[in-house]
Design a protein around this ligand. Structure first.
Ligand code: FE2
Length: 378
C-alpha cells in the first residue's frame, strides 16, 4: 500500500505504508509500464524499444489510487497504474553498496563448521517442498548433498533432470572418476587433489557439477568442499591490494590433454561484476596456463596474492568434508565452491561419475517453484 505520491516532471516520489520512501524517474517508469501496449499480457515481454519512448517523456500527474500508483506521462498523455507491491519489489533508490567483493543477496558463506545441506533422493522426487529446499540450499550455500539414491551407473543424469539439463562437453555427457592406468587427467588417479573449481579453461565455465558415488570402499577418498566466496572475502580483508590484483587482471587457463582438444580461457581468478559484486572464482593449479596479462611490475604481488588465496583455501578451518557412500551425490556451484579429494589407496574401489549442468536452469526451477508456492517459501 502507498500512503502518498508527489512528483516533478522527471521524478515521482512515493511513501509506502511502512514509511519507506522511494524515488522513480519518469523514463524508468515509462519504460517499465505494465499496460498491455507496453508489456505482452501473456508472456510479459516488452513490446516497445527504448526509441519508442519520447525523449522528452515527463510526468504530468502522479497520485495514489486504491493504494497503488497512477502516473500520467506526457507527451503521450498516457496513464498507467503501478501496483504498490510491484514498486516495492523494484526500488532502486538506495545507497549503492560500494564494497568490492560483496556478496549477492541471498548468499551465505561458510567454513568447516557448516553441516552439509542434504536432501533425500526419494523426497526430492515426490515432495515439492523437499525439492525446493534442496535447490535453495545450492543457491544459498553453493552445494548440497543428495542421499539414498540408486547405485546404478548414470543415476547422476537423473539428478540433473530434476532441475534442468546436462551440459555435454568433450568428456561426454558425464565422466568417470576412478583410477586409470594411463590417466588423461589427474582427476582419474588416486592422488589427492587440491581444492579447485572445474574446467576454468572453458568459457563459459560449467556452472554446476554433480558428483555421484557408485562405489567407495577404498581407504580415504573423502570429498571436501571449500567456499570460494568466503576465501575471497578473507583475502579482501587481509590483503585488499592482493584481492584487487586477482580481481583486476585475467589469469589464463588451458587444457589440451586429449587429441583434438585445446581449450583456453582468459578470465580472472576472482571475477566481480562492474559494481563490485562477487560473480565467480576460478582456481585450479592443474589447468593454469602462464599468466601473461599482469603488468611486469605487479607480477610478484600478483603471485603473492595467489599464494595467499591458496593458503586460505588449503586451511583446514575452511573445508567441509564428507565421505560419499554408494547412492550419494553432491552438487557444487562451480562458480563459487571448490571441491577437493583426499588421496585414496589402491585397495578397494572408488567409482564416481561426474557431469555438468547449468546454474541458471536450477535457479529458474527454484524461482518458478517459489512463485508457485509462495506460502511454503517462508
Ligand atoms: Fe574436479
Amino acid at each position: 500500500m502507498l500512503r502518498t505520491a508527489t512528483h516533478t516532471t522527471q521524478i515521482v516520489t512515493v511513501e509506502f505504508a511502512d514509511g519507506t520512501q522511494a524515488r522513480f524517474h519518469a523514463i524508468w517508469l515509462r519504460d517499465n509500464a505494465l499496460d498491455p501496449d507496453t508489456r505482452a499480457p501473456g508472456n510479459g515481454q516488452r513490446l516497445i524499444t527504448i526509441g519508442d519512448i519520447p525523449a522528452n517523456v515527463s510526468v504530468s500527474a502522479a497520485e495514489v489510487l486504491n493504494g497503488d500508483l497512477s502516473v500520467t506521462f506526457q507527451p503521450e498523455d498516457k496513464t498507467v497504474t503501478f501496483p504498490a507491491r510491484w514498486l516495492a519489489d523494484h526500488i532502486y533508490d538506495r545507497d549503492p553498496a560500494q564494497q568490492m567483493g560483496r556478496l549477492a543477496p541471498g548468499l551465505t558463506t561458510w567454513e568447516s563448521t557448516l553441516t552439509p545441506p542434504s536432501a533425500d533422493w526419494n523426497a526430492v522426487h515426490v515432495d515439492p517442498k523437499a525439492k525446493r529446499d534442496w535447490l535453495a540450499a545450492v543457491a544459498e550455500f553453493g552445494f548440497a548433498k543428495l542421499t539414498g539414491g540408486p547405485t546404478e551407473p548414470e543415476s547422476l543424469l537423473q539428478v540433473a533432470e530434476l532441475f534442468g539439463y546436462v551440459r555435454k562437453t568433450n568428456y561426454g555427457p558425464y565422466f568417470e572418476v576412478r583410477t586409470e592406468v594411463n590417466p588423461t587427467n589427474l582427476a582419474f588417479t588416486g592422488l589427492g587433489l587440491q581444492a579447485h573449481t572445474d574446467n576454468p579453461y572453458r568459457d563459459p565455465v560449467p556452472t554446476l557439477q554433480i558428483l555421484y558415488c557408485l562405489e567407495n570402499s577404498a581407504e580415504g577418498g573423502d570429498s571436501v568442499v571449500v567456499d570460494g566466496f568466503r576465501a575471497a572475502e578473507k583475502l579482501r580483508d587481509q590483503n585488499p591490494d592482493g584481492f584487487a590484483l586477482l580481481a583486476g587482471y585475467p589469469a589464463r587457463f588451458e587444457y589440451k590433454g586429449e587429441d583434438d582438444v585445446c581449450l583456453r580461457s582468459r578470465r580472472p581468478m576472482i571475477e566481480l561484476s562492474p559494481d563490485g559484486e562477487l560473480v565467480s572464482i576460478r582456481f585450479n593449479n592443474r589447468s593454469s596456463a602462464p599468466f601473461v596479462d599482469i603488468p611486469f611490475d605487479r607480477m610478484e604481488a600478483y603471485y603473492a596474492a595467489y599464494r595467499q588465496l591458496g593458503d586460505i583455501i588449503d586451511d583446514s578451518a575452511m573445508g567441509v568434508s564428507f565421505k560419499l557412500e554408494p547412492g550419494e551425490s553432491f552438487i557444487v556451484d562451480n562458480t563459487r565452491v571448490l571441491h577437493a579429494r583426499l588421496g585414496y589407496s589402491g585397495t578397494g574401489s572408488r567409482w564416481l561419475q561426474g557431469c555438468y549442468a547449468d546454474k541458471d536452469g536450477l535457479l529458474s526451477t527454484l524461482a518458478a517453484m517459489e512463485m508457485a508456492q509462495p506460502e511454503a517459501a517462508e
